[in-house]
Design a protein around this ligand. Structure first.
Ligand code: AMP
Length: 178
């Protein structure tokens, strides 16, 4: 008999809440138990890609580092390429860079200048939407390369931080929210 399909509730049940990591006051959403369970990992990819038919997306773009895990698996499922957006200084070739604000200070993400052809149909995936700064910076990089952004998907959304307001104009999806 086939296993029943994985539900968002199954995934939420497996996510481990780690208080005060990496610093006091932050409740870290640990997705490693989801990854360690073959059924939940596959189910999370099914849920993240369910609005897209194989071949309908040219590339899935993942954000350093946990986003890579979900985006790479989704790319295989959608018969699409995988493109990394990395923290500054990690990509070897020429890059576009985008600064964004963190709670304290700034960070910079980068993408290879030739990662996408103009008009490429792309799906952006990250593990978690918090304030939206990281995803907004990733979208700015994709726009520099004139990507056709078909969707932006997250396994987890922290709704109380209202990160969606920074991502207006794009179809946003999340599987599990808090
Ligand atoms: P933000 O730019 O505020 O939307 O933060 C999103 C990025 O930070 C994602 O790439 C997440 O991996 C990470 N992140 C932020 N808050 C958390 C959290 N509470 N638990 C796990 N990861 C987080």
């Amino acid at each position: 008999m086939n296993n029943p399909p994985v539900t968002p509730a199954d995934i939420k049940h497996a996510i481990r809440n780690v208080p005060d990591f990496p610093k006091p006051g932050i409740q870290f959403k640990d997705i490693t138990p989801v990854l360690a369970d073959a059924r939940l990992f596959a189910g999370s990819i099914d849920l993240l890609t369910q609005n897209f038919a194989p071949g309908s997306v040219d590339a899935v773009i993942g954000i350093d580092a946990r986003g890579f895990i979900f985006a790479a698996a989704a790319a295989l499922k959608l018969n699409a390429g995988f493109i990394p957006i990395r923290k500054k200084g990690k990509l070897p070739y020429k890059t576009h860079e985008q600064d964004y604000d963190l709670e304290y200070g700034q960070a910079t993400v980068a993408m290879h200048v030739d990662a996408l052809k103009p008009g490429a149909r792309v799906l952006l995936i990250d593990d978690l939407l918090a304030t939206g700064g990281t995803a907004a910076a990733a979208i700015a990089l994709m726009k520099k390369l004139h990507a056709n952004i078909l969707g932006v998907s997250f396994l987890i959304e922290l709704k109380f931080l209202d990160g969606r307001k920074k991502l207006k104009g794009h179809p946003i999806r999340s599987i599990v929210d808090y």
